[in-house]
Design a protein around this ligand. Sequence first.
Ligand code: OXD
Ligand code: MN
Length: 589
Amino acid sequence: MSTPLERWVDEQARLTKPKKVYWCDGSEEEAHRIMEIGIHEEKINGLPVFHELDQKSWPKSYLHRSHPTDVARTEHLTYVCHSKKELAGPNNNWMAPEEAKAKLTKLSDGCMRGKTMYVLPYMMGHPDSPYAKACVQITDVSYVAMSMRIMTRMSKKVIEKIGNKENFVKGLHSVADFDPNKRFIMHFPDEQFVWSIGSGYGGNALLGKKCFSLRLASWLGLQEGWLAEHMVIMGVEDPKGNVTYITAALPSACGKTNLAMMQSALPGYKVWTLGDDIAWLNVGPDGRLWAINPEAGFFGVVPGTSMKTNPNMMTALKKGDFYPTLFTNTALNTDTNEPWWEGADAPLPVNALDWRGKPWDKASGSKAAHPNSRFTLSVYNSRTLSPEFDNPKGVPISAIIFGGKRTHLIPLVFESRSWQHGVYMGARMGSETTAAAMHKEGVLRRDPMAMLPFCGYNMGDYFGHWLKMGKKMTNPPKIFGVNWFRKDDAGEYIWPGFGDNIRVLKWIMDRVNDRVKPIDTFIGGVPKIEDLDLSGLDIPREKLNKLFEIDRLGWSVELNEVEKFFSGFGKTFPEELWHEYKKVAMAIK
Ligand code: OXD
Ligand code: MN
């Protein structure tokens, strides 16, 4: 008698018609075999899927070049197929489930012809965690099979765990012929099913990540009373050894990985990494908010990563404990067979191939590495990995940070007056766009809680759910806003960022423990400059003042934009947040 899982896999094989079906067991030995296939057999755009890098300086590391049209998330081709359009909200593309399935069935018919279908059983979350989910993804490319091995807990034990159950999380993925006109990432929330075709890019193809752990999981969280968020999870240890757990939501490519692995500039402080991208948040029996990271790897932006910006990541990349580490779309120094990128510690290579695999001419002014080139590596390579990472219960959260890339207006750090005010602060968040998705860079867009591309349902209802979560907690975390990116009149960043961001975290910890008081303003509480630990930093006072300057005119322009944005959610937008909005609007007048 076959199981529901076996029947589902058979059905997908009948549709996609691969030459063979291979069930992965997640072992290292298997990973070596798949890597060989990626190096010697499979090709993308005429190039091998993987190239082995110099194993002495970059142990267990391989370079992957994507199809040149396939380098970032494609939000315009991403759909959430709820039974009704209103459930998807103005923040999602929607298609009726039957129409979406008919479209994808046509595109998927025979799309794996001549290829191997890899069946990947994996857990999101520690297998012993009550919050973990058993999932299966199908794919037709070794790059995705390898990436999922790194990013999730892949194991044949998951097949036993699913057993005869029908309700496991399903993902069907094929790169097909990479045609951007036939590319779709479709989510079916009522079936816990993602169907993705035409792209091998991480956010479109590693279906356990954005697709399940954020879009589908946020919908599940709404039904079940928890939150799936686009957040870093970290523990900050003070010189006395006390660890405060903090989550931080920042939009894509705004430095989440650097924050999660920060090398503290203040002696005696240490950051412990629990996650750099996704947090699942549940209310514990103690009335506190508890976080787990459902992932087991990092999929981070490479350009700009160096010993200055993220020494702990540089060490992790070179550590090579877990097999393998992947670089996607970096340049290749052909003299040394090493990866190279803009902002790397290594000097400009003399001879290099660019991210497309073409000889790179430095004089051309083009980037050698793609601005959204990525590393994929196991969290277990990281020396900053928190000892609590594998704790099935997760960690209790004392502070939530909302941040964005804002060159003007938003202060370095400020604190909400209440949970409700904090939810308002998250809802009005905006950020200047980056290369992580296919749109123009540097344009301000609203990105509530950094979840705009990832909330799998109407964000009006999502804000309401956040408010409800606050009511379920007897001891909720304090909520803060941060902005590392404010510029001065000469267009220079004022705050040094990176390891110096510990100074902001220290103030947040002081607030959590009520050791200092903020100055109350209409946007929330800002620190007294003397309460910030600026030891060893040399920023002139007028620049520091600029970091906290509250520009009334700027805020009234901002409020107009915020009002338009909130109004787009119509009746679903919670009255409580209009109330918070009006309080600020009144104070500015
Ligand atoms: C990511 C993203 O890859 O947010 O994490 O785009
Ligand atoms: Mn992300």
